[in-house]
Design a protein around this ligand. Structure first.
Ligand code: TRP
Length: 382
């Protein structure tokens, strides 16, 4: 399949950033508002009636398999993937195993983590008959695209990538690996190998989509004589609020401050009971002064669909105990079906492996075709 026209044709301002070839620059700072506009336009196409533009959409999204998936993933991405799939939009999900070694020395329990992702995807409702689940390491042609793509970026633009900078800062002064520096280019290969044109991400991954757009544009210009081999993808920005971990710090798999999707209802209750709040008896939604309380209210809101303000009002003078009771009920009810399916699927490991093997086979077909096109337009048909 070859998607050769821009996703949201001419609906967006195409004048943005077209000077990139001469200035050799990718604008990370000024791009958020433009990206938001493009994302809103894309959202309208997705939610709109059947149309040629809508039928051309292909989602590419993914996760780094560094540990078990948690409620943050569920609320911010898993649910949305299922929704896109159920709206009939072709969906590819990469379990980004090579991305795990960007900022750490070893892959850890990679096999368990990868199979855990497959398990949670299926439990959440990702249907392997309609969506393609695959891993980097099993798709050689995807990885090979990185070579021509690397020739299209400069080291200075990679060093300016805000996400690369943040991740470098988080490695405690350890020297940056070549893979960390260039992983945005690898992520471009993730997106472009399947001509993904809808990339659902949080703001932190936006620089990579911007970099991908620049790579697509430069590839077409430099190697394909202006023919559109790669259309520029759009980010589909997710609107989820920032959820804190239960200790008030950033929610993360490695910090152990969150609720894993695989936890039992009891383990969930225990984890929430230990959550940090503040001493005020009356529960209010006050982002400026009560971040921990707000985050718990957002979690309850995410699982019930009610507004955090309404939930806060209902708890009223119930204090931290009342808040935690409400959050526990919301999470456990919201995840009941997911956990039931998860337990069933976990019993059939062979099935999970088959799903991944089939996804990898499908991704290989697509990647082989794209690489063949790339070699051909680059004059390397031999
Ligand atoms: N970088 C993403 C994350 O950490 C995972 C990822 C890898 C991804 N490749 C991707 C996301 C391609 C979107 C598109 O969450």
């Amino acid at each position: 399949m070859n998607i050769t026209t821009s996703t949201v044709e001419n609906a967006v301002d195409n004048s943005v950033d077209t000077t990139v070839e001469t200035t050799d620059d990718v604008s990370f700072d000024s791009s958020f508002e433009t990206a938001r506009v493009r994302s809103d336009t894309l959202r309208a196409v997705i939610d709109g009636p059947d149309s040629p533009s809508r039928r051309r959409l292909r989602v590419l999204t993914g996760d780094r398999p560094t540990g078990a998936l948690h409620i943050g993933h569920y609320l911010a991405s898993l649910r949305q993937r299922v929704e896109l799939q159920d709206k009939g939009i072709d969906t590819f999900v990469v379990i980004a195993d090579y991305q795990v070694i960007t900022d750490r020395d070893a892959v850890g329990a990679i096999d368990d983590n990868v199979m855990g992702c497959v398990l949670d995807y299926l439990a959440a409702g990702i249907d392997p008959a309609r969506s393609t689940i695959f891993t980097h390491s099993a798709v050689p042609a995807l990885n090979q695209l990185m070579l021509p793509f690397l020739s299209l970026v400069t080291d200075s633009e990679l060093r300016r990538n805000p996400t690369v900078k943040d991740e470098l800062a988080a490695t405690d002064g350890r020297p940056m690996s070549g893979l960390l520096l260039t992983y945005p280019v690898h992520q471009a290969a993730d997106i472009l190998f399947c001509h993904g044109n809808v990339v659902p991400i949080g703001k932190d991954n936006l620089p990579h989509v911007e970099q991908t757009r620049v790579i697509a544009r430069r590839f077409n210009r430099r190697y394909a004589g202006g023919e559109t081999v790669f259309a520029e993808p759009d980010a589909l920005l997710t609107h989820t609020p920032l959820l804190l971990g239960l200790d008030g710090h950033k929610m993360s798999k490695s910090r152990g401050n969150t609720i894993m999707l695989g936890m039992s209802a009891d383990e969930t209750a225990r984890a929430i009971r230990k959550a940090r709040t503040d001493g005020e008896r009356t529960i209010t939604y006050d982002p400026a002064t009560r971040p921990e309380v707000v985050s718990l209210l957002e979690i309850a809101s995410g699982f019930t669909g009610r507004t955090p303000v309404a939930i806060a009002q209902e708890i009223g003078d119930g204090g931290a105990a009342g808040l935690k009771r409400v959050v526990t009920e919301a999470v456990n009810a919201g995840l009941a079906q997911h956990r039931r399916r998860r337990a069933e699927l976990a019993a059939d490991h062979g099935y999970l492996r088959r799903v991944l093997a089939e996804g990898n086979a499908r991704a290989n077909e697509v990647a082989d075709a794209t690489l063949a096109t790339v070699r051909s337009v680059m004059g390397m048909p031999y």
